[in-house]
Design a protein around this ligand. Sequence first.
Ligand code: OAD
Length: 274
Amino acid sequence: MSALPPQPFATPELPAIPARLVERLADAGNIVVFTGAGVSAESGIATFRQPVTGLWSRYNAAMLATPAAFDADPGLVWGWYEWRRAAILAAAPNAGHRAIATLARLLPRVTVVTQNVDDLHERAGNPSVVHLHGRLDAARCRRCAHPFTHAGPPLDIPEGGDRRDPPACDRCGAPVRPGVVWFGESLPGDAWEHAMALATQGGVFLTVGTSALVYPAAELPQVAARHGALVVQVNPEPTPLDAVADISLQGPAGLVLPALLEAVQRRPRPAGRR
Ligand code: OAD
């Protein structure tokens, strides 16, 4: 008999969920789920730094993701972010987002802190998410910061966007800018302070789908580790967090997180405890 032909898609092997992680999740007074672009990858939203498919492998961040880039060519930048807004509107939460939302219902001490500018955690059922890098649907005036409400989804937008003039602020008339944090800008102070406070409270710090290369957000797992949290990483690829994490669950979030949720749901409860 000849050998079977290679399978076109390898089924990723599911890492075992360690019992000590399930125990810590059940008992922790503070659980942070810290997510990056990888948690939305299985919804069809591109990550940033993956070779070939990552946005920063295909587009020039210096021309699209700085305040100077917007001032130099507002139409180019607005059109590119409108393309991304359209992609997010067309996407749906995946099994990873849903498992996080269910975990947060089961264990009320869960806070989701995300670097993502999409709203897929919210649409999966996490109502109060800490957004460190802003939100694509929260545009505001470049000059006076007055909020802008999009009338609807962007229409007829090609892959990668096209040049589109940003709308004018209805308070001061200056161009409206995307609601995301660009390179060289500070993170929203309230979101950052909240995330940092959580990182110093111990418990479990679960990072999902981030390359952990962008600071200051990438400090959070390190701070959590220094403050005694059990740091757990979910990612199919190696990252600098391998050196920080107590447990690395190597695999896609859409497989690993439902398995983690199932392990938490199956955990036998000690007699006398509800
Ligand atoms: P990156 O693109 O840097 O990293 C994405 C990570 O997700 C990589 O480590 C992948 O291996 C991992 N990944 C891919 N598919 C996955 C899956 N199915 N399940 C789990 N993990 C998966 O994205 P971020 O770390 O989020 O800034 O990047 C940080 C910031 O850089 C972003 O917030 C963005 C960007 O410039 C702003 O938008 C302001």
